[in-house]
Ligand binder design. Structure first.
Ligand code: GLN
Length: 447
């Protein structure tokens, strides 16, 4: 598959031929269920779009039954920016319903398969985007990351996935899950493409009140030879699988060989991250999902009166995981429990942020696992608590609003990809990409 960098240089005619080949390839691989549908709009370089990002006049459903029939009335800011850069949205990719999940099993459209092993999950929630890129069914894709949904499927599928600093990329036109955590980001074949796509979609947007007033770009300044101070977390990785630990050691050796300075640091027990995240995310999700009432958007089940219409629509339209989170979110926000759960989660969030800030006083980057294991088999995380616990290495990054990039490091004994992430200071995407590019060049991921 050609890279995004190469595709952006193709002539109109070359691009047209390429798109036709790509469509045929997608047609031959529909069993993966990476795309919900494929559309060929515009003349630009085709990039796949997660089904929670609005493309004007396209259906957009966040993988949910409740949004069937809803047509996006406008383009998300990232789509406008891509179009201006010669990219055209090309198909909607599958995802966990409302981006809630780590496996893409909760989609209304059925599960997506991992191209490396079809009995394994592609990760989630941006599993369709990851599988499409990994299988050569997309040059690149957009995903969204609230607690790991770009980085973890990227790691499970052996591609690059990057979550920008909170506020770097406009959320205007992104279906909201947890607004204080959500970021759109690139999912690509390599680090340089991620930097190129990040440059295209990032920048200040007056339509998003949390958008940072910064427009600096990274891709033309990439420097794989910078010498950095990088923190490693020996204690923190103890609960990871042997495959992940091995990859970690491989990455540490590669970073040393590159001449980086390696510094050992500690992080507090990640179990607090899980609690703080699942309280914060469900509280915000409850609020965001209240708008799906059968009146304004998508599907409606008409009941005997207005209240019954709300109940029937929501009971019928939302899947089990979404309902579970709406219940949880309402519980943690309810009077009498608010202080015990929500307020405490916010305090924990501050502690996590401070903890990162303290480490970053001394280092440029942190090397961390993305997930405790490689891609699991379908159904293995059917207990919701097990699924939540699998997010331990990604969610603190969102709670602290930091930029991070997941890249392929090695293959496990059973030949599944293992990805690790680098994490940087807020707004220091340049160092993040520089470090990742060096590591990518140093490492042969296929062994
Ligand atoms: N797995 C996490 C969750 O279910 C993260 C999802 C995401 O980043 N959108 O909330």
């Amino acid at each position: 598959m050609i890279t995004l960098k190469e595709a952006l240089k193709l002539s109109k005619e070359e691009l047209e031929n390429f798109k036709n080949d790509l469509k045929a390839k997608i047609e031959a691989n529909t069993d993966l269920n990476a795309y919900i549908d494929v559309k060929n709009v515009g003349e630009g370089v085709p990039v796949a779009i997660k089904d929670n990002i609005q493309v004007k006049d396209w259906s957009v459903t966040s993988g949910s039954n409740i949004l069937q029939g809803y047509i996006a009335p406008y383009n998300a800011t990232v789509i406008e920016k891509m179009k201006a850069a010669g990219i055209s949205p090309f198909g909607r990719t599958n995802m966990d319903e409302f981006a809630m999940g780590s496996t893409t099993e909760s989609s209304f459209y059925g599960k997506t398969l991992n191209p490396h092993a079809k009995d394994c999950v592609p990760g989630g929630s941006s599993g369709g985007s990851a599988a499409a890129v990994a299988a050569g069914l997309a040059i690149a894709a957009l995903g969204s990351d609230t607690g790991g949904s770009i980085r973890q499927p990227a790691a499970f599928c052996g591609i690059v996935g990057m979550k920008p600093t909170y506020g770097r990329v406009s959320r205007y036109g992104l279906g909201a899950y947890a607004s204080s955590l959500d970021q759109i980001g690139p999912m690509t074949q390599n680090v340089e493409d991620a930097a190129i796509l990040y440059d295209i979609i990032s920048g200040h947007d007056a339509k998003d009140s949390t958008s940072a007033d910064m427009n600096d770009k990274v891709s033309d300044k990439l420097d794989a030879n910078r010498k950095l101070r990088i923190a490693i977390l020996p204690k923190y990785i103890e609960n990871a699988s042997d495959d992940v630990k091995k990859a970690y050691q491989k990455a540490v050796d590669a970073l040393k060989a590159l001449g980086h300075e390696i510094v050992e640091k500690e992080m507090m027990d990640a179990k607090f991250d899980i609690s703080a995240y699942y309280i914060t995310a469900t509280a915000e999700a409850t609020t965001n999902l209240a708008r799906y009432d059968g009146i304004r958007y998508g599907n409606r089940v008409v009941g005997k009166d207005l209240n019954d219409t709300f109940i029937q629509t929501r009971s019928n339209g939302f899947g089990d995981e979404v309902k579970r989170r709406i219940l949880l979110g309402n519980f943690v926000l309810s009077s009498g429990y608010y202080e015990a759960y929500y307020v405490k989660a916010q305090k924990t969030r501050h502690i996590i942020k401070d903890e990162y800030a303290k480490i970053f006083e001394d280092v440029d980057l942190i090397l961390s696992p993305v997930a405790p294991t490689t891609a699991n088999k379908f159904g293995a995380l059917s207990n919701p608590m097990d699924m939540y616990l699998s997010d331990i290495y990604t969610i603190s990054v969102n709670l602290a609003g930091l930029p991070a990039i997941s890249l392929p490091i090695s293959k496990s004994d059973d030949n599944m990809p293992v990805g690790l992430q680098l994490i940087a200071k807020p707004y220091d995407e340049q160092t993040l990409f520089d470090g990742a590019l060096g590591l990518e060049k140093q490492i042969d991921y296929t062994n």
